[in-house]
Design a protein around this ligand. Sequence first.
Ligand code: SAM
Length: 291
Amino acid sequence: CSKGRRGGRGCRSNMGESGVAAMAVTYQKFDPAAYLQYNYTSPRADFERQDSVVPWKLACLHRAFTEGDIEGDLLIDVGSGPTLYQVLSGCEIFNKVLLTDFVEANRQELKRWLQGEGGSLDWTPYIQHVCKLEGRSPCTWKEKAARLREVVSDVLPIDVHQAQPLAPEGLPPQGADCLVSCFCLESVSPDLDTFTKALGHISTLLRPGGHLLLIGALQESYYLGGPDLRIPVVPLNEAQVCAALQDQGFSLIRLEVYTLPQDMKVGVDDVCGVFFVKARKILKEDVRATR
Ligand code: SAM
């Protein structure tokens, strides 16, 4: 790595590739039930608390989807994992939602819920909470659950490290109208360069002018994907997130930051905060105008 700039670059790129390969092996041991237990139960998902992280994420998503600028037919959630919270607001706007993940066990977990078989976590309090955000009675949660089951048309394998992350069959050639992705890119990338490239790869799934809602960890170096599974994370700050978005042709609409209260640090990761980004994929004519 010390033989000048070109050698150095090649070395970093090789390190990125071997890091990605190591990540792929690690993720085969991902334990959906444990991950849900660590991150999607109290105190992180306490709907009675104003400062709990899950209600914060749901509020960000609700606001973003109800401002009136996000519309279209197809929403894709990138790296869904075993979770559904991230599409509870979007499923009211879009007639077609695709869930995606790299790990078969996560896709199976989602399919079980979609087929009405229940699963490792009861999503009812989440659905009730989003009903409340939408000004509906929490009693209407069954209608919302039915709506979600109706609009999710598939749960597909994805790899954000591929230039074409999803198989193109069945996708509109112009791309989806909106992408959501939560805690995926930084949790699967060994370094900032790989994170930025992965953002560029998922951008190919989005039509120009379409919206990206990105949620992720700030200053996190690892999280637990199971009782004995420590998964490395690329530690990010807000400036790096903004630079990556600009680099990959997104214009930032809003970035919000949540700082983790001390009692939300429950020993399952070393996350310090969470960012929420609403951005838009720049139209080709806008790119030309800014040159
Ligand atoms: N979106 C969920 C959430 O908000 O909790 C899950 C996030 S979890 C930290 C990271 C997810 O990325 C896991 O579900 C994992 O299976 C998935 N993943 C791992 N490697 C991936 C890859 N190469 N491409 C896309 N997703 C990947």
